[in-house]
Design a protein around this ligand. Structure first.
Ligand code: C5P
Length: 401
């Protein structure tokens, strides 16, 4: 179940051209399973209509008419009581000033004053307005009271100027919302290192030996760990993915570099979802190999096995209380996985059959069996990589209890 499933999120939309991006945020929240109630200010309504938000959330959107309507006496207080989080995106300098000073003159600011849930603010305004000492003081006040301020970003502003004032992208706001919702989760106060992606082993300065790993499963595990409140370090081989908001990212290329990066960390858990290479060219050419020199004979050698290195050294094993591995196999899946579980001294191993087209590399879904050190096994049906990630994190937190 996603961290956003059945969460009641209030989305305040104020008067900024970035309001069109708020529709995307509302849609992303709703798609992730949240119940999203949108409150538009009068100025917000000038940029985007309530109907836009109703269409993406499947719920009616509220405006200042509702402040004076039949439900008015209960509306602002009930919102404040039931919401899990209030996010105001975009939030203008004017609304920031009102929030900082307890002014409640529209449905959104009345709701904000009555709300006891966490408050996330994504400012959007012209560069000069953001830099103004009044805005800076107001933001400092809100931060001191516990509000989470996301952005603004630098770049092109609607005024035509360039500066700091752009609302950050919806995906990033969503990442911050997840962190706030997860901060009291099962892994709060715990640190998790996740590796992801397929390592690249150099043949020469241009060419590499790599594999089909997309990094999707590892990135999903990093996200699931963040959703549970963990402090996450994502050691990643090159991928086309955007790292989850809140993860500390360490970029590596080869298995050797991945080993170094892992040994530089100490954490409660190490989850090795990376497809680290087992072999690499013994002697990478210093210069690009030329076609005219004929087909090269490439001698391979073993890469260091990261999990074996860690589990084989008492000092390194102490760095990680729980160790989790993956076994991506095209034949004898469970036998191979059981052997790796034992030889790499893991707490559990996630075995996936890469011969199926709907599981394993690059696709969104996975079909895995989890083998535990105590002999237990759990067979999961075909499911999303995010759900697999949540189950892995669930087991990891249970082992850390
Ligand atoms: O490559 P293999 O099938 O042995 O990978 C199984 C597990 O070992 C995976 O979790 C992988 O991340 C890890 N591994 C490693 N060091 C390597 C190769 C794989 O730790 N050099």
């Amino acid at each position: 179940m996603s961290i956003l499933s059945n969460k009641h999120i209030l989305l305040g939309v104020t008067g900024s051209i970035a309001g069109y991006k708020a529709a995307d945020l509302a849609s992303k929240l709703a798609q992730a399973g949240a119940d999203v109630d949108v409150i538009l200010t009068n100025a917000g309504e000038k940029f985007v209509t309530p109907l836009t938000f109703q269409s993406v959330t499947g719920r009616r959107a509220y405006t200042d008419n509702d402040l004076w309507g039949n439900e008015a006496h209960v509306l602002h207080v009930s919102f404040g009581k039931t919401a899990d989080l209030l996010v105001i995106a975009p939030c203008t300098a004017d609304t920031i000033a009102k929030l900082a000073n307890g002014i409640a003159d529209n449905l959104l600011t009345v709701t904000a004053l009555a709300a006891t849930c966490p408050l996330v603010i994504a400012p959007a305004m012209d560069g000069g307005m953001f830099d103004h000492p009044a805005t800076q003081d107001n933001l400092a006040k809100l931060k001191e009271r516990g509000a989470i301020i996301v952005g603004p970003a630098e770049g092109h502003l609607a005024s035509g100027l360039t500066g700091t004032g752009r609302m950050v992208e919806p995906a990033e706001i969503l990442g911050h919302i997840r962190i706030v919702l997860g901060r009291k989760g099962k892994l709060a106060g715990k640190k998790v290192v996740v590796t992801a992606g397929g390592t690249q082993e150099a043949l020469d300065p241009v060419r590499v030996i790599t594999n089909h790993s997309s990094g999707k499963q590892g990135y999903a595990i990093a996200q699931a760990a963040l959703d549970s409140g963990a402090d996450v370090c994502l050691v990643t081989a090159p991928t086309a993915l955007t790292a989850p908001v809140g993860a500390r990212v360490v970029k590596v290329n080869s298995a050797e570099e991945m080993l170094k990066a892992v040994l530089a960390e100490s954490a409660d858990a190490l989850i090795m979802a990376a497809a680290a290479a087992d072999f690499r060219p013994k002697n990478a050419a210093k210069d690009k190999m030329k076609k005219r020199d004929g087909i090269p004979q490439i001698e391979l050698e073993a890469t260091p096995d990261i999990l074996k290195t860690v589990s084989g050294s008492p000092v390194d094993k102490k760095r990680f209380q729980v160790m989790v591995g993956f076994a991506a196999e095209s034949q004898n899946l469970l036998e191979n996985a059981a052997e790796k579980l034992k030889s790499k001294k893991l707490d559990f191993i996630v075995a996936n059959d890469i011969s199926a087209s709907d599981a394993g590399f690059a696709v969104e879904t996975n079909r895995v069996t989890i083998l535990f050190a105590n002999g237990e096994r759990e067979n999961l049906p075909l499911t999303s990589k995010m759900e697999v990630a949540e189950i892995i994190i669930e087991h990891t937190s249970r082992l850390l209890e």
